[in-house]
Each structure stands twice: as C-alpha cells, then as structure tokens.
Design a protein around this ligand. Structure first.
Ligand SMILES: [Fe+2]
Length: 332
C-alpha cells in the first residue's frame, strides 16, 4: 500500500502518556542518546524497554530495527530534555545525513527545539521567543522549501500533544507545505512566513493556562479572554520586534473567517492577508489532529472533513482543497 493512500491517513500516531515517540532516524547521527530507549508497546500497552541509558545503538542495530519495520522508538519524558539537547548539537549532522528522510529531519528539529522553545514561550518578555522562532523558522524553511516532502509521512513523524512549542511548530510546518503548494512562498520568504506562523499564538502566554487548556466548556468571559490572544500578540510584537507587516498579519488575522465571522475584527476574505488565510487552515488542522485536554486527537479524514465543511465560511476553499490534495497525493 502506498504511503499516500487514504487508508494510511487513518494511522495518526497516538500520544503515549509519559513517553515521546522519536523517529528511528534520529539515532543515525546520535548513537548514544542520554536516555533509555523503548520499543512501541502492543496496542494499548506502554512502551517496552529496548536498551538502558548509555547503550550505544550501532548502525547494525538500527538497520535490524528498520528491517523489522520499526520507524520510531520511545523516550521517557523525564529524560527528554537531555535527548533534545543532544539532538540540538547533532542537527547539522542530521541535516546532511542522506539516510535521514526530509520529513524525519523536520520531526527531529521539532523534537530538538521543543523544550527550549517552550521555556521561551512562558517568559514575560518576548525577545527570546522571537529569537527562537527566527532560528527554528529558518531551519524549517530550509528543510521544507528545497526538498520534496511527503505530507502524510510528515504528519506521521511529528508530535501531536498540546505543548505550546508543538502546536506552534506543527502549524508552521503544515502552513509551509500549504503555502509552498499555493505559490504563496518561495526560497526568499519562506523563513519569514515560518517565523510569523511560529509566533501566531504568542499572546496566549498572557492568558491563564487554566483557560487555554480548560477541559470543560468555556464561559463567555473565558472565550473573550482567549480570543484576545491575536490582538495581544500583535500589539506586543509590533512594539518589541522587527517583524514584517506580513508576519504581524499572520499573528493578528489567523482567526479571521473568510465570511467575516471570525475575530478579532471580523474582516472578510479580501481583507485577510493570504498568509493568515493559509495559517488559518494549517492552525485548524493542527488543532483538530492534536490531543487536547478536552478531547483526543481526531484522525486525518475526520479533520479534513471538518475543514471542508468550513470552506467558504471559515476557510478559503482553494486552500482547503490544496491541503487535502497535499495529504492525498505524491510529495512536492
Ligand atoms: Fe491562535
């Protein structure tokens, strides 16, 4: 069965409590990770110990695991920060390693950067978050614009939990793939687009987490506060960074709807920056396919069906069709 077949799309990777799934390819360039490694457990069971911390995972071990169809190993979240730091040091080597597929490189950048990016996304002053976004956005653009990337494989390799860093990077990655297909970005401005996408929800850090992650229905007051995040992020970034107008429009307009039913201003399609319209699709897909405090992740066909249902109301129809096409057809 092809990796691009609709049936394959159903296999959305699940989030395993207490563990993080890592592409096997991460270990081609970092053979001795500072963590114990685990194999996926049988359906519904926790991962099983493969090797203890400090064990050297040689190429022949990796090849043997790969020949058994293994594409990912697990690390306990308690050891994740150290693994991410080691991956960060190895990113240049991983980017040059021909055995690592383009979609795996993107997933490894996400894993490597997530802990530090999450720290910056909790700071009151936004300077370090902007600097992190500039660095991550450039890496993602370099990986996704110059290479042919298999969108379903990319989806299957990324993390899908509700950390702010993961939500930010997933939306930026999906947005880059979509914007490239739509001809909205090229090699010259893809990093600019990615940085705006990574910072789109910066304003959420100023809203109490118990409202952002509330597992029950939001009150009208909660919703008003939550829906202030584009304005808060825009106002802050406009004052304290040198982001471009297009980047600021991603932050300000990514919850506007093409029929004028969105927020913060309720403008219509012709008034919404095309980059913000593309990120609206990518952001919604990320939200639907990510695990949240109030529901499990939806599978890809269900998420796509919701996007299609929102075409011409919430989303630009052509952009939804393009994203659907990216997940159903061969890489570009
Ligand atoms: Fe948002």
């Amino acid at each position: 069965m092809s990796a691009h077949s609709p049936a394959n799309l159903l296999a959305a990777p699940s989030v395993v409590d207490g563990f993080t799934r890592m592409p096997l390819a991460a270990f081609w360039a970092a053979h001795r990770p500072p963590a114990s490694l685990y194999l996926p457990g049988p359906s519904g069971e926790p991962p099983k110990l493969l090797c203890k911390r400090g064990y050297e995972l040689r190429d022949e071990h990796l090849q043997e695991l790969s020949s058994r169809g293994m594409r990912a190993l697990y690390v306990a979240n308690s050891e994740l920060a150290e693994v991410s730091a080691a991956l960060l040091d190895a990113l240049d080597a991983i980017a040059e390693n021909a055995r690592v597929e383009p979609h795996e490189r993107v997933a490894i950048v996400q894993l490597a950067e997530a802990p530090a990016f999450d720290v910056t996304l909790r700071l009151i002053h936004c300077g370090k978050a902007v600097a992190a976004a500039q660095r991550i956005g450039q890496r993602l653009a370099d990986l996704l614009i110059g290479e042919s990337v298999d969108a379903p494989a990319l989806f299957a390799s990324l993390q899908h939990d509700d950390r702010a860093s993961i939500r930010a990077t997933n939306g930026a990655v999906y947005g880059l793939v979509l914007a490239k297909r739509l001809g909205l970005v090229d090699a010259d401005n893809a990093a600019e687009f990615a940085v705006g996408a990574l910072l789109r929800d910066l304003g959420e850090r100023l809203i109490p987490p118990q409202i952002v992650n509330k597992p029950t229905r939001l009150t009208p007051a909660d919703r008003t506060l939550l829906e202030s995040h584009p304005t808060r992020g825009y106002a802050e970034l406009r004052q304290s960074s040198d982001l471009t107008q297009a980047q600021l429009m991603i932050v300000y307009q990514h919850h506007e709807h093409v029929d004028g039913g969105g927020y913060p201003v309720a403008i219509i399609e012709q008034e919404i920056h095309p980059w913000a319209q593309a990120i609206a699709v990518a952001d919604a897909f990320e939200g639907l396919t990510g695990r949240r405090a109030w529901r499990d992740a939806l599978d890809v066909p269900t998420a796509l069906a919701q996007l299609i249902a929102g075409a011409d109301r919430q989303f630009n129809r052509e952009m939804v069709a393009c994203w659907q096409q990216a997940l159903m057809t061969s890489p570009r």
